[in-house]
Write a protein that binds this ligand. Sequence first.
Ligand code: HPA
Length: 234
Amino acid sequence: MTVHIESKKEDIAPRVLMPGDPNRAHYIASKYLKDAKLVNRVRGELAYTGTYKDVPVTIFSSGMGIGSMGIYSYELFNDYDVEKIIRIGTAGSYKEDLKVYDIVVADSAYSNTCYDEEAGIENIDTINSSFELNSTIIDTAALKNIKVTTGRLHTSLAFYTESKDYTKYTDLGCVAVEMEAYALLFNAKKFKKQATAIVTISDNLITHEEINSEERERKLDEMIMLALESIIKN
Ligand code: HPA
């Protein structure tokens, strides 16, 4: 047990998928895992461990934002000996041609917060994802005929912003914005573990296109399946 997780050490698998939303963790576990068992409910963050194609996998909700993802990914890597984490979530597109429902595999995440300084590693604004995990995801996507692109995510602190000028982020190579990937990659780097993020574009900040609820489910299923197939390899 840690300050924020009540699970027994043996109840968390070395391979973890992290959606932001606890309801989505429940949805994934009930739809895809065999013998799923609820292993965490502290603060409403739900974790389920079961097997996917006979490989133990834990689905653990991260909550929203760098702060929450920072806590859970730290404790999973440090206290539960987790080896690989894939975040699965949604992001807002900064590019006209990166459309809603497109799936982005994060090659890196950028953040201009002071999280790095506070957490003890200074001046790392951009952190790369695991090359091995990304290669597996890209190969798996090709095998399953799922179209993905790779790109840098901007991990923001504020969801509601006054400025609509995103060029300072696109100039740094960011293609889409979300709120958790940086904290996950930061902790993976710190503990020398594997991590990456796969996001589905839910809204386009340039064209203001948004996804509807029906399509949302189907497309998110494609991303979930890609993440599950990839996390069980190697
Ligand atoms: N901002 C931050 N996070 C997001 C967004 C956004 O516009 N869309 C989906 N996740």
